[in-house]
Write a protein that binds this ligand. Structure first.
Ligand code: ADP
Length: 167
């Protein structure tokens, strides 16, 4: 079966920064499971099914990458998959403190898996889903930062919002 890595996140929506991490990880691990969090405290722009579907479409060319939704605790999902690694991307030092705490807690909850940090490719260091959503909602062009399918989904979603907010 080989070594499985789980790449968990909200992916609201998946960006080129995420795809870059996933492409690089797919060279290192036998299988990468992109785990889309269904239970999130965040108020997401896209539903869990939409976030999963967008990631699946964007990542279709990677034979050893799979997208799955997960509910509840990540540690339970990691164990159920038999994964040895939890993959997280680091963009800046400011990401580190929270990520380090999360890694420590996950190690405690699921000792058989380790967190692996991958540094972002420099030109994606300022790309985040939240910033992408904000720019798109203000009518900015984000096609440099996301897959064309995601760009289309954002334009459609934002367009609807703008129309809905008109009196
Ligand atoms: P979460 O809500 O768990 O932070 P995200 O969907 O925002 O989930 O991100 C998932 C993972 O991808 C996190 O480890 C995050 O640090 C990483 N990530 C996000 N954007 C980038 C990027 N541009 N380059 C590298 N890693 C990134």
């Amino acid at each position: 079966m080989g070594i499985i890595a789980i790449y968990p996140g909200t992916f609201d929506p998946i960006t080129n920064g995420h795809s870059d991490i996933i492409a690089r990880a797919s060279q290192l691990f036998d299988q990468v499971i992109v785990a889309v969090a269904a239970s999130t405290a965040k108020n997401t722009a896209f539903s869990t099914d939409e976030r999963v579907e967008l990631a699946q479409q964007v990542l279709v060319q990677h034979g050893n990458v799979e997208v799955q939704r997960f509910e509840g605790l990540l540690a339970h999902f990691v164990r159920a998959c038999g994964a040895k690694a939890v993959l997280r991307g680091l963009r800046a030092v400011s990401d580190f403190e929270y990520e380090f705490q999360l890694a420590g807690m996950n190690k405690r909850l699921v000792p058989e898996a380790d967190t692996i940090f991958m540094p972002t490719t420099e030109h994606y260091s300022y790309v985040s889903s939240s910033l992408i959503r904000e720019i798109a909602s203000l009518g900015g062009d984000v096609k440099e930062f996301v897959h064309p399918i995601v760009n289309a989904a954002l334009v459609e979603r934002v367009g609807k919002r703008i129309n809905a907010s008109k009196p």
